[in-house]
Design a protein around this ligand. Sequence first.
Ligand SMILES: *[C@@H]1O[C@H](CO)[C@@H](O)[C@H](O)[C@H]1NC(C)=O
Ligand SMILES: *[C@@H]1O[C@H](CO)[C@@H](O)[C@H](O)[C@H]1NC(C)=O
Ligand SMILES: *[C@@H]1O[C@H](CO)[C@@H](O)[C@H](O)[C@H]1NC(C)=O
Ligand SMILES: *[C@@H]1O[C@H](CO)[C@@H](O)[C@H](O)[C@H]1NC(C)=O
Ligand SMILES: *[C@@H]1O[C@H](CO)[C@@H](O)[C@H](O)[C@H]1NC(C)=O
Length: 925
Amino acid sequence: MGTIWLGVLACMYVCYAMPPDKMRALHIIKTRSIDLNNAYGLAMESRLEKSVEPTGYKLALEPYLEDGMFKGRIEINITVLEETESISVHCAHEIDIMESEVLHRLATEKEFKSAPVASVSSDPKKPILTLRLKEAIPKSSVGLLKFYFKGNMETASTEAFFKTTYMTEQEVERTVVATQLRPNNARRMFPCFDEPAYKTPFELSVVRPRSMTALSNMPVARTENITDEPDAVWDYFERTPPMSTFTLGLIIADLKLLNDPIIYTDKNGNKITLRVWGRPEYLQTLEGVDDKFKRVFDEIASFWQVSLPLRQLDIVALPNYQGVKPADNWGLIVFKESDLSNRGYLQLAYEICYQWLGAFTTPAWWSDAHLNKALVAYLSAEVAFKINDGSEMEGKWPMTVLYSLYYEFSKRYPHSRITGMKQETASTKIELLFRMFNYTLGVDTFRNGLRSFIESRKFKTFTGDDIWNALNEAAKSSGRLPQDLDIRKLANSWIEKDRLPLVTVTRKYEDKTAQVSQKLYLRERPHDVPDADRLRWWTPVVMVRADSLSFTNATPVAWTDTDLTLRDLPDSNNFIIVNPEEIAPFPVNYDEHNWNLLSQFLQGSDRTKIPELTRAKLLHDAWNLAYAGQLSFATALNMTLFLKEERHHLVWDPIFTMIDHIRRHICPCIDDKFRAYIRNLLTPLYKELTKEVKEDEENWKKNLRSLSKTFLCRAGYKPCIEEAQEQYAKWMEAPTPDEGNPVSNQFICPVFKWGTQQEWDFGLQRVINFPSSRMQSERTYLLKTLAGCPRDEAKIVKLLNITILEGNSNFTETDLFLIFSMLTGSPQGYTSLFQFLSNNWDVLKEKFSSKTNLWDSLIASATSHFTTQDGLEMVSSLYVAHQGEFASAEHIIEKSMRNIREEAKWTDTNLPVMSKWLDWYLAQN
Ligand SMILES: *[C@@H]1O[C@H](CO)[C@@H](O)[C@H](O)[C@H]1NC(C)=O
Ligand SMILES: *[C@@H]1O[C@H](CO)[C@@H](O)[C@H](O)[C@H]1NC(C)=O
Ligand SMILES: *[C@@H]1O[C@H](CO)[C@@H](O)[C@H](O)[C@H]1NC(C)=O
Ligand SMILES: *[C@@H]1O[C@H](CO)[C@@H](O)[C@H](O)[C@H]1NC(C)=O
Ligand SMILES: *[C@@H]1O[C@H](CO)[C@@H](O)[C@H](O)[C@H]1NC(C)=O
């Protein structure tokens, strides 16, 4: 469900053991959600026919803890909607049905009569059990399905009805049985109508060892002794409110309460008991969780103001629970022990919010799950922020999610690299739409809308339209939205496409107006998206102006999906900002003069009157627009001048990604100037961050220090290189250097980049000699840095000579793929690889004749990354010289040439501007 912000997106895939030179986009995204990946498959699931529907379950369970099996008896009340001769229920194949029975009566009759069952059959391909009746039962009658069954508890995972064990501190083994029925695992525990929309009461009873505790959605109503079994009892739980099968929960374990239960009285006067449970020896670690629980519950209950129909809400730190996310049963939330004892509020808020949105009202089908997730994620982030300023997210929400959308959706082919992310980004985008409506409609209207949504959908299911329509009504009645607009229409204009708009604001200073227009935001070339002109988004135009500077009013001047003229703007000495605080997910471009006004203001002492999120946005937008070819680089670089004084990590955060992007795009001809600029930019920040280093300092500080150091080293900052070489010398002097590497990873790339040939050779020898007994990931890291870091051709050619021409047996094909890929990370790298390919064409062609993948990878790596006219000429002449010899890679080099042609246009326009600006800048500094 992604409540954990993990760090660098691309790094999950590529750079986790990579030298800094190869780090990809540094934007941050939540971890992928199992939830949604599941939901994607679930949306296609086979559904039950609709001739009957359940109205209540009575379930009696006898788990045999030692044997890991259980017996059960279930009675399902049903209503017959259509005359039918058969009844189907969900039931996993592993459940053994020992007896089944169908009773029915007309609504007017008193007594049930038996409906003889002709056959019971299980669909071999689907978890569906069908009872065929000898005679049809009529429409509108009521019925009772009875099953006796048995099954085995899950032991390989903590899913469905599972059993797991753990050791106490006294080395005594203890057993836990519990459920995680989400999303469709109830059928693995008992026969049922396992679809979210079938909401019914449950009456659960269970046998448990007398010494253990049983918890479920409701309190225990009564406990009964069992004749002949003095060590076991029956617990009968109170009847639940109507709910979906997957929200049923059960735990039997040695649990104790943390402190006294909290009786919480909500604003409607409803009481609910809040309890925290854990194994006795863990309670001390959980100390304080009950206060957090109450704090978060209070926030969320006050937000919804619709009372939960539960008498208690338990949260449990379950030993050895291994679910990726907590089991969010209604009234009984099951956490991993470490999740519950951690310091943050976000996950707890997420789970508690889910008690309303997910359990009280439920997405109609799994295809709507991402909407539920989006709203819960949004609300829980707001709550966590309110409580502790979002410190667990380093204050980076919503940038964390927003920037990754900006990068993904502005690609020529969004999601082409990591297809599994599509659902996740769709959900993230909706999360940001909720944030947009919260701003533009105002907190009160937004909250009222959501309240009436819950009120109208409680005990039921919902679709997206239910939410949008409720918000719409609230917006209309508070007058926060023009009558001719409709929230659903606004929202859908964003939801329908995996794209975002770029809004351009061009001011006309003489008559104090501005033209606002929108178009598809594309960052990576080529920009040939079909029908791009026809894409339209309903964008809120929220404006801040320098002559009455305030960031409190987020009411849009207008909502528009077309061009618009703004009037009565300030004079030419005063800037305007459109879409401050990233209220809606779109970048904004301005005319050059307005950018310069912003740049001037940001360099002045009033800088912080613009909040950090907006400062970051201005900078982030400017650079990305320049990168996209929409803004002069001189203007974008001017926007970095204020960083001299800037110390807020939110503003600095995007810089590193941008430096990385630019660095890859510029030719070696201005490399030195660009590096000097980076050193100038980062040195003051780095110095200040190293003045005082504390053990218990905030995470953002650590990260920012380490990032600025990495980038400074990369840019050739002397003190860093000296330190790196000093450390590296220890390795070179070690008597047995192949047994281990005493040098911290951060020092290796700077040495290979700026150090001597001898130092680099030493590293290469370590890879050649690398003992198989050591961690291979260390070898991989070393090889990556050897290839990816150097800036001189000799090192690169030597590596290619040894690994390819000499065919040194200590290098594998996988190593070659790795080397090729690393060489694409810098102009020096791919240029050297290209020269190597040209010089050794015949030999390479021969060597790779039967290795199509390697050949293709070589051609792609050596040709596709050039960005200049010169590069284009080099690649074209190779193409001409060897026409017809490229074999499988023919289309690869053709594509490379097309792309370089695009990039070269960019370079021709931008490089001279950048170069001139850098000269100007360096002359002053
Ligand atoms: C099933 O229906 C009977 C009446 O026919 C009712 O007494 C019983 O409470 C219902 N069971 C559940 C679990 O709703
Ligand atoms: C149940 O058994 C316990 C322990 O044997 C006993 O103390 C208790 O009185 C019994 N309760 C009833 C209602 O028989
Ligand atoms: C950049 O800033 C300098 C100094 O403020 C200014 O002279 C110059 O015109 C700006 N360049 C652009 C392209 O905006
Ligand atoms: C591979 O490494 C081993 C161990 O250092 C060495 O003996 C061998 O000569 C190397 N192979 C080649 C072809 O260099
Ligand atoms: C690489 O090999 C070529 C051809 O064998 C040779 O001319 C060149 O000097 C070698 N370069 C390096 C840096 O080893």
